[in-house]
Design a protein around this ligand. Structure first.
Ligand code: DX5
Ligand code: ZN
Length: 345
């Protein structure tokens, strides 16, 4: 997994269709974060490509996530086949609510794509039903067309407002004409996934270098346009939100997770409690740190105070269980030279 926040999905549309297994192995080896698979029916777009059967064949050959982009007139009729084939996400154009619901019910990510001339407002009726907004910056149908900068400028940043229900895993993707020339610009608009096709398959091109370049440029754009010059934190990094005794940690975790922010409880470096069990660390995804603080800073104070009361009550009733050597007694100051506890956040 790459370090920064931008991710590259390699579109296999312009790979050698007579040797797909090789193309996929190559993309994986060269550092693709995902594979993007354009399914076209010759009706919704004037081109024909692959079907669910090919995706099924690819599935056991790579561990990369497979994103299916269905440019077909009747996605509902075929969506089950694409789910069975093992797609990790399925993005549709035609706004069919049942298809989005099926994709979610199968535990995959549902996506809605908007063509260059379709306004973002077309997403409105489906709010909450999709986790991906795919912004098309070329007319769908073919690789190798040129990037529509004005469409990107109008939609990429604005698309985020349709993903409010998904504060961590919601994704804005950009598809069409993305390359080293356009990567910094779309990165500066906060795009999460850059779908890159034709430029990676040019004969003699170093695919791995191209992928790294596109990712790095996108992160650079994000840093200087959206993040006050601070380098973006990796999307998969976790940070500590608080440390609490187990019973309180579990309660707080459930409250935070209700708002769509995943929490990992870890037995870590927290202080020892009078029952002999350390506080648990509650970790949250770094990109959601500001949001979690905004929502839960006051709750955190309440929980920490409740933890203090619980410790005192426990000591009053049961005393202190081992190990007690590292534990400062309530109200005491750790002696000089004594191993000290990490401070409470
Ligand atoms: C176009 C497809 C794209 C295509 C992008 O309809 O949706 O995914 O592969 O290719 P490039 O990067 O060449 O525009
Ligand atoms: Zn596509």
């Amino acid at each position: 997994m790459a370090g920064g926040r931008a991710r590259v999905a390699v579109s296999i549309l312009d790979a050698d269709h007579s040797n797909m297994a090789y193309a996929i192995r190559r993309a994986e080896r060269e550092g693709a974060d995902r594979l993007h698979i354009d399914v076209m029916d010759g009706h919704f777009v004037p081109n024909l490509t692959f079907g669910a059967k090919m995706i099924k064949g690819i599935r056991p050959r790579t561990e990369l996530p497979l994103d299916a982009h269905l440019m077909i007139s009747d996605p509902l009729q075929y969506v089950d086949e694409f789910l069975d084939a093992g797609c990790d996400s399925v993005t549709v154009h035609v706004e069919v609510e049942p298809a989005l619901r099926k994709i979610r019910a199968a535990g995959r990510a549902p996506g809605l794509a908007v063509k260059p001339k379709t306004p973002l407002a077309a997403l409105e009726p489906y709010r909450g039903l999709f986790d991906i907004v795919l912004v098309m910056t070329v007319e769908p149908g073919f690789g190798g067309q040129s990037f529509m900068k004005d469409v990107a400028a109008e939609k990429i940043l604005a698309a985020r407002q349709y993903l409010g229900h998904k504060p961590v895993e919601g994704e804005v993707q950009v598809d069409g004409g993305v390359n080293r020339e356009s990567a910094e610009f779309v990165g500066g608009l906060g795009v999460d996934i850059l779908i890159v096709g034709s430029v990676l398959w040019i004969k003699g091109r170093n695919m791995g270098r191209e992928i790294r370049l596109v990712r790095a440029l996108a992160d650079e754009g994000y840093q200087y346009r959206l993040n006050d010059g601070k380098p973006p934190i990796p999307r998969d990094a976790m940070v500590m939100f608080t440390q609490l005794p187990k019973h309180l940690a579990w309660r707080f975790m459930a409250e935070i997770e209700k708002g769509g922010i995943p929490v990992i409880p870890l037995r870590g470096s927290g202080q020892f409690n009078p029952d002999g069990v350390r506080d648990y660390d509650l970790l949250i995804p770094a990109p959601a740190e500001a949001l979690t603080t905004e929502r839960h800073a006051a709750d955190r104070e309440r929980y920490l105070a409740e933890a203090e009361r619980w410790r005192e009550a426990y000591i009053a009733e049961f005393g202190i269980k081992p190990p007690e050597t590292l534990r400062p007694m309530p109200g005491s100051v750790p002696a000089a030279g004594h191993p000290s506890e990490p401070p409470h956040p």
